[in-house]
Design a protein around this ligand. Structure first.
Ligand code: SF4
Length: 435
């Protein structure tokens, strides 16, 4: 076996290997590196309970000696654990370069490089181009030009990360040796990015404007997954499928010619009953719709493009043919208690109608316009942070230290100032118990 030059580490915090699934972003980075001639080690995914995540990573950093360059992808929620594990192991990693990437680094590259001096580079957002360039540079190649990369050269930190807008992923096959593990479902991406800029969302900051790859190429990916892996069900992981009615119709036209089923997220303004029926006959079995709130004023404040009544009609159309999940976010400072109660009432109504619902308080991820607006005013409460993150009974002590020390980096563990927040939490917990 060839010795690896680079090692990819999946630094997400996932509940278990079994539920981890495939992180397509890391698969694309790996495919880009291999296409450029790098020898990449099999990506490592830490296992174990969320509370033990730092220990699992520490063990990996201590014992996995594959490659002189470590690329670590992380989410905002796992960022303090990843950094803590790197801090603990920095003496034994002297000869290895460390590059941090993934959604968790969004808008943070310079701060991370300034405060955590063991980091050699940070990539924000889509990392295919940047990973190839930084790997090449560390092997003696030219200085990287990717605009979403910040790099340490001697005492200097060079770069000012901007959203990536690369189309490098269009032609890559991200599934190579990734843990499909006999799964009957595979994630497939048709697009990245979004042209809207909703206040609570990080998609356009992370992936730039909407980029859709050619539909032939998407169908090629689906055919190859069917042929090589026997997969018949596909999770379309686009932030929303197609974006326009015509695009959704074009996808249906291709999908109805093959024997597959699929799920997707949808923009509600494109849906009417006839399109919902067509999606079903083309194999769609589940749609995910972000309603966010039962109040038009909240949706408008967030910048959601369609009126609430239209969105609810879309839910109704889809529900006739397939299962539907509607998601809600609460805890905005401009959401009054009656607004919040109205949202709980809509959740109850939808559930009674057989619609699945998902709801959570707003998490101030770096990169959302709302987080930027409240920068410096976020409140850190270790007892409420887990509610926002949904992963722990209690935020591990190990994370608390770094979060308290760098609240401007770990904003995802904070709360927006909202005088009603504690009342909302109590009502929400009672509601969850009763419904
Ligand atoms: S919430 Fe949806 S429409 Fe709004 S910016 Fe995010 S992905 Fe785009």
């Amino acid at each position: 076996m060839q010795e690896a030059e680079l090692q990819l580490i999946d630094g997400r915090l996932v509940l278990s290997r079994e539920t981890a699934g495939l992180w397509l972003g890391l698969g694309y980075v790996r495919a880009a590196l291999e296409k450029s001639g790098f020898k990449v080690g099999q990506p490592v995914l830490p296992g174990g309970a969320p509370q033990d995540f730092t220990d699992s990573l520490t063990e990996i950093f201590n014992n996995n000696n594959s490659g002189n360059i470590l690329f670590i992808g992380c989410h905002s929620v796992s960022l303090p654990m990843v950094l803590e594990a790197l801090l603990r192991t920095s003496p034994c990693r002297k000869a290895r370069k460390v590059c941090l990437g993934g959604p968790g680094t969004l808008r943070l590259s310079r701060l991370l490089m300034e405060r955590f001096t063991f980091l050699d580079a940070v990539v924000e957002g889509a990392g295919e181009d940047a990973a190839v360039e930084i790997g090449g540079f560390w092997k003696g190649g030219p200085f990287p030009r990717s605009r979403n990369l910040v790099i340490r050269v001697g005492e200097k930190i060079i770069g000012k990360a901007m959203p990536a807008d690369s189309a490098a992923w269009f032609d890559l096959w991200p599934y190579c040796e990734m843990p499909l593990n006999g799964s009957h479902v595979a994630p497939v991406a048709w697009s990245r990015g979004c042209d809207c800029n909703c206040l609570h969302c990080v998609v356009s900051d992370q992936n730039g404007r909407l980029q859709r790859k050619d539909l032939d190429s998407v169908m090629g990916d689906i055919h190859r997954l069917m042929t090589d892996h026997g997969i018949r069900h596909f999770d379309m992981i686009d932030d929303y499928l197609g974006g326009t009615r015509t695009a959704v119709e074009q996808f249906c036209e291709r999908a109805e010619k093959i024997d597959i089923t699929w799920n997707c997220s949808l923009r509600t303004e494109v849906i009417d009953e006839s399109l919902a029926a067509r999606m079903f006959s083309a194999g769609c079995r589940h749609v995910y719709i972000g309603l966010e709130s039962a109040c038009q004023s909240i949706r408008s404040a967030l910048g959601k493009p369609s009126p609430l009544a239209e969105a609810l009609r879309a839910v109704e159309h889809c529900r006739k043919f397939m299962s539907v999940t509607c998601s809600f976010i609460w805890g905005f400072p401009f959401e009054s208690l009656p607004d919040f109660v109205r949202t709980l009432a809509l959740i109850r109504e939808l559930r009674a109608d057989g619609v699945d619902t998902a709801s959570s308080p707003f998490v101030p991820f770096p990169g959302s316009p709302l987080t930027a607006e409240y920068a410096g005013k976020l409140i850190y409460d270790p007892d409420l942070a887990p509610l926002a993150l949904g992963l722990f009974d209690k935020l591990p002590e190990i994370a608390q230290g770094l979060v308290r020390k760098h609240p401007d980096i770990f904003t995802a563990f904070g709360l927006l100032p909202d005088e009603n927040f504690h009342r909302k939490v109590r009502l929400y917990e009672e509601f969850q118990q009763l419904n």
